[in-house]
Design a protein around this ligand. Structure first.
Ligand code: ATP
Ligand code: MG
Length: 232
């Protein structure tokens, strides 16, 4: 579904992501793990049209989307949820959700599915997004992305600001969506959580893919255990 080939990207002419290769198959959940500053967000931004790559290619369902504008990539069904969430704080939960929908194909079924999945959003439908708690805002950002019925959801640190139980609940909700055919690519600091959710993953270090494997292989890898799972 997604194929990234030798992608490099950075800022002011300095690459921070170097010749990255990875892929995500239809129906898979794939994680990118890496420490602060490793380049996860930069990689996602370069894939999703928010940053022009300095070289390399990105294919989404066979279409070359390298350097394409973000709105075109979103329209093709690749949705990115940034760690900063970018909600409209003065608008209600309901209005924020509506803004995620395709204006040409409004779909009440998707709205009710999302409200079922995140009951907190249903309860607080009329509350301004800016007054929601951090965790609630995270759910709203994911819910808004889902309103467009994406084929691939790309999540940057979805557990940030979520209490452990809420983080787990958010991943359970994503698990339910996967059963309905959603493909997910996630960058996550809480590596055990990401590992319980994903089938495969890649380790990004200093902008390079250093390791890849199934969740089990990575969980058993001594480097991963030391650096990301806190096992000595
Ligand atoms: N807008 C920018 N201008 C210049 N440098 C940037 C910019 N954004 C990120 N960087 C730098 O690029 C490198 C990679 O940052 P990036 O945000 O991609 O890392 P990350 O893996 O997402 O980290 P984190 O886990 O902390 O979110 C860092 O050294 C960072 O300082
Ligand atoms: Mg980041």
């Amino acid at each position: 579904m997604l194929k990234v080939k030798s992608l490099s990207a950075g800022y002011q002419g300095n690459d921070v992501v170097h010749q990255v290769d990875f892929e995500v198959g239809s129906g898979e959940a794939v994680m990118i793990i890496g420490s602060n500053g490793a380049g996860k967000t930069t990689l996602f931004r370069a894939m999703c049209g928010l940053l022009v790559p300095s070289s390399g290619q990105v294919f989404f369902e066979g279409t070359d989307i390298s350097g394409a504008p973000a709105e075109r990539i979103a329209r093709l069904g690749l949705r990115f949820v940034a760690a900063e969430r970018h909600l409209f704080p003065q608008m209600t939960v309901h209005e924020n959700l509506l803004l995620g929908a395709n204006p040409y194909r409004p779909d009440p079924k998707t709205m009710s599915l999302i409200l079922d999945l995140f009951p907190r959003l249903a309860e607080r439908r009329r509350q301004h997004a800016g007054t929601m708690s951090g965790g609630e805002q995270q759910m709203l950002a994911v819910g808004r992305a889902l309103m467009s019925k994406p084929r691939l959801l790309v999540l940057d640190e979805p557990s940030t600001g979520l209490a452990p139980l809420l983080a787990q609940a958010a991943y359970e909700a994503l698990g339910a969506l996967r059963k309905q055919g959603l493909t997910v690519l996630v960058a996550e600091q809480q590596v055990p959580l990401a590992m319980s959710f994903s089938e495969r993953g890649y380790v990004l270090e200093n902008g390079y893919i250093k390791l890849q494997g199934t969740a089990q292989e990575l969980a058993a890898n001594p480097i991963v255990r030391r650096a990301y799972l806190g096992v000595t």
